[in-house]
Design a protein around this ligand. Sequence first.
Ligand code: USQ
Length: 401
Amino acid sequence: MRVMVLGGDGYLGWPTAMAFRARKHEVSVIDNYFRRTIAKQCDSDALVPAPLLPERAALFERITGNAIEVFVGDCCNFDFLSRTVEAWSPDVVVHFAEQPSAPFSMAGYDEARTTFANNLTGTFNVIWSVLRHVPDCHIIKLGTMGEYGTPNIDIEEGWIEVEHKGRRDRFLYPRRPGSLYHATKVLDTDLLWFYARAYGLRVTDLMQGPVYGLSTDEADLHQHLLPNFHYDDIFGTVINRFLVQAVAGMPLTVYGKGGQTRGYLNIRDTLQCIALAAASPPPKGELRIFNQFTETFSINELAERVRRVGNRLGLKVAIQHLDNPREELEEHYYNPAHRGLLELGLEPNLLTEEVIEGMLTRIRFYRDRIVRRRIHPRVRWRISERRDAVDSYDGGAVRSA
Ligand code: USQ
């Protein structure tokens, strides 16, 4: 296959590109370093320094003999994206090229507008580049489990049969995003569904939960091939943050009561899921949706696991409940289906004590690079606080950094 990875510089994009190339597919990556730029504006930096794409691709080629083609440019620029898709003619486009942080999207007007414009325009341009030049191409889009929110009923895999006044039909499962970032993913899904129906687009939308980890077969070849692993309040996901906090000797930052439950997966399983989706594309005109996670945990369970393993390694890990900066349910029902990827052959890498120990050991190696001021949450979007402080609720916290 010819696989084009959009957002190929990101935490998941770069490992995905290497994994496809290692399996002898032709691979190109597109990125304009947008996430690096906004991360710098927010005083965020990856735990392990990651060279820019041309350097990483050259290193990967030196070690494995496999070349990855690099295009530096913006997916929001339709001329650039359309020309690149036309020239490279992919069979599969994996679309990661979005602003990925919920807190960033809630920091203020500028961050919200940037998230909205970048995510929606990017997806729109991907759709039109594919329609114009490679209409049979399979678009694999990274959605999020956060599109569904935490409803008080079972979450189905993308779709739900509704019976209303004696008649039945199939609809997208109702969505209830908890941040503007998550809302842009809902809108992406609707756009893709419209273009699948109206223009015969072939799409897989992966509703992914929070990802953890920094080890993949290819990333382990050299430290400069590791993913952009963030641990700060804006770009770090919760398990990665807890691991770094444990190593730094800081209490684990449980937001609120800690009963928030999500579906998690190892970065190795992200790569598996995307490979499985690519290997069996849906027919033209179909929007196929998979819920992409392997196991569910509450925040309290995660903190407890990290504490147990950390203490066994002599780290003295404490847990601290902070006022929750987010508007979200802290105790709720959560029972999402996730059959589709298992049926395609996913073999989960679960969050065992050995896996946690492996990650802590790896992170300890970079202990001196941990910047403690990057840990505490800066963006607050509780409704009660917004009512009290509407004027101050405009991005100052992240932009002043
Ligand atoms: N949380 C804490 N303490 C922390 C950080 C987070 O208790 O220090 C809690 C949050 O309140 C939330 C949960 O952990 O309830 C998950 O937060 P997160 O920051 O790991 O994940 P989130 O902001 O939801 O976003 C991440 C990725 C996003 C992806 C999403 C999947 O950044 O790209 O789409 O996970 S999901 O959460 O299923 O929507």
